[in-house]
Ligand binder design. Structure first.
Ligand code: SF4
Ligand code: SF4
Ligand code: FES
Length: 245
């Protein structure tokens, strides 16, 4: 089974064909299996991330044929093209910088007051949101996240103009809204904390969600139903003034 692997080193992109040797006739390898075999055989320097190999940690996400997929749970097919997630800056081969998202949320979570994942009094929606594995697949085609890159993707920006992930991205994304929504739904959060969480969502660009086609979660969380619509509705008229700022 042949796949194409897009490698990136020192700003140079290359596409390398790799022929995966099936371990048995009926094997349906995951994309991560293919990457592991490529690294163990023809491409010893191939860089990619993985952790749990069981769709728990979220770090193995790559683009497969241009769509973000959790590599340890995505069945590889003949002719697939594996590339780094287009929505985050590529570091080396399939590894991207994830810290711009995590740093964006630092401070915001603290001021709103973070709840407790074992919170038994929380509504079902709260528990549904704890299924997030932080894979960042939902950043795909998010116009709010694209604002960080002048409406495009990291790779579209002229050299030296892209925002520094170490600073945390200015504009949000479905994942950051999910984190804030969890705070809003947590019965342990004070009213002031819930308000602060909504304020942060508006500051991160919640107005971009108005009229947006919506976002899709890599593990099936109903982002529009359980996060975005509720926040947009709670923000109401405030979004118009945020969009006009
Ligand atoms: S609905 Fe909002 S968070 Fe989801 S993709 Fe659109 S702008 Fe991004
Ligand atoms: S909301 Fe879904 S797609 Fe987004 S980071 Fe969490 S698990 Fe991944
Ligand atoms: S390796 Fe952890 S989710 Fe894929």
């Amino acid at each position: 089974m042949k796949v194409e692997i897009v490698t990136r080193r020192n700003g140079q992109e290359a596409v390398i064909e790799f022929d995966y040797a099936l371990r048995h006739e009926t094997e349906k390898p995951m994309a991560l299996d293919v990457l592991l075999q490529a690294q163990a055989t023809a491409m010893p320097e191939l860089a990619f991330r993985y952790g749990c190999r069981a769709r728990n940690c979220g770090v193995c996400t790559i683009d497969i044929n241009g769509k973000p997929r959790v590599a340890c749970r995505a069945i590889a097919r003949d002719g697939d093209r594996f590339s780094p997630m287009a929505t985050l800056p590529a570091l080396s081969d399939l590894v991207v910088r994830r810290d711009g998202i995590a740093r964006q949320m630092r401070g915001r979570l603290a001021t709103a007051g973070q709840g407790n994942d074992l919170n038994v009094d929380a509504p079902d929606d709260y528990h549904a949101l704890t299924a997030c594995i932080e894979c960042y697949a939902c950043l795909d085609k998010c116009p709010m996240h694209a604002r960080n890159f002048d409406g495009g993707l990291p790779g579209d920006m002229a050299e030296g103009t892209a925002p520094d992930p170490a600073e945390g991205y200015r504009w949000g994304n479905p994942f950051s809204l999910l984190k804030l929504q969890r705070i809003r739904l947590d019965p342990l959060t004070s009213e002031a904390g819930k308000q602060a969480a909504l304020d942060h969502a508006i500051d991160l660009g919640l107005d971009a969600c108005v009229g947006c086609k919506g976002c899709k979660c890599g593990v099936g969380i109903d982002l529009m139903g359980k996060v975005v619509r509720d926040m947009v509705s709670a923000a109401g008229d405030r979004l118009e003034s945020a969009a006009g700022d």
